[in-house]
Design a protein around this ligand. Structure first.
Ligand code: ZN
Length: 255
């Protein structure tokens, strides 16, 4: 690449991210930080799709996509990276293609199986933030435990029917972890196939997950640990303060 090609590429990037860069909370330095960031998205469903779209569009430099599933026609209302032509394809493959169309300047990595604990441990050494939008407890606990062990921030979202929730677990040794808050008896991880969900509810929570990820990367997140609950019928958001469980089997042992 010649010097002038390099300048043109830099100008194109500055234009693309102009609405970010003009924000005092971001600026050129903040945008450059996003472009260096490495983010893992576990679950490319109704939450992971909009989150991935916004993070790719925002210039997150390297996105890892983890999902073992293939695209089903019933996914299309809310899993907004996929088209009818993608039905039957691995979600990671269809999502990666769409995200690279959206932003060719980023790198997208695919993990097409259920990541094992060992795989997660290895991967999290290179990851700045993890987003979990999966719909089962086993995966969520495994992802959280790996994040606690590696001290990687975890952005966790869930949506069923006309309700959503989101929490950020910094996993820096001070606040609660996912296991401090949830247990297996919680209905929030009942699968959305059985419960149903209205498409914009997942899109809203997915967008919030992308927002919380950018706030972590830009160090704009100064709120106390909280679970944010959203009632889509009334439009009301409720914040519930979260405390560490000293007997937590995951983070309790590390104090
Ligand atoms: Zn804990």
């Amino acid at each position: 690449m010649s010097a002038s090609d390099g300048e043109r590429a830099t100008d194109a990037q500055a234009l693309r991210y102009a609405r970010h860069i003009v924000l005092p909370e971001v600026g050129s330095a903040g945008q450059a930080r996003l472009e260096r960031a490495r983010v893992l998205i576990v679950g490319l469903g109704g939450l992971g799709c909009p989150a991935a779209q916004l993070l790719a569009g925002s210039g997150i430099g390297r996105l890892w996509l983890n999902d073992f599933d293939t695209v089903d026609a019933s996914n299309l209302p809310r899993q907004i990276l996929y088209t009818p032509a993608d039905v039957g394809k691995p979600k990671t493959e269809a999502a990666a293609a769409r995200l690279l169309e959206l932003n060719p300047a980023i790198v997208v990595e695919q993990i097409r199986d259920r990541a094992s604990a060992a795989q997660l441990r290895e991967l999290l050494g290179h990851i700045d933030v993890v987003l979990d939008g999966t719909d089962n407890f086993a995966t969520r606990f495994a992802v959280s435990d790996a994040c606690v062990e590696s001290r990687t921030p975890l952005v966790s979202g869930a949506a069923i029917r006309l309700e959503g929730q989101i929490a950020v677990f910094r996993n820096d040794g001070t606040g609660p972890c996912y296991r401090c808050v949830y247990d297996e008896a919680d209905e929030w991880l009942g699968d959305c196939q059985g419960n149903g969900v209205l498409a914009p509810v997942t899109a809203t929570i997915g967008a919030m997950m992308a927002l919380e990820t950018l706030k972590l990367l830009l160090e704009l997140d100064d709120a106390e640990p909280a679970l944010q609950l959203w009632d889509a019928r009334s439009g009301a958001w409720t914040r519930v303060a979260l405390r560490r469980n000293p007997d937590c089997v995951s983070c309790g042992a590390s104090v």
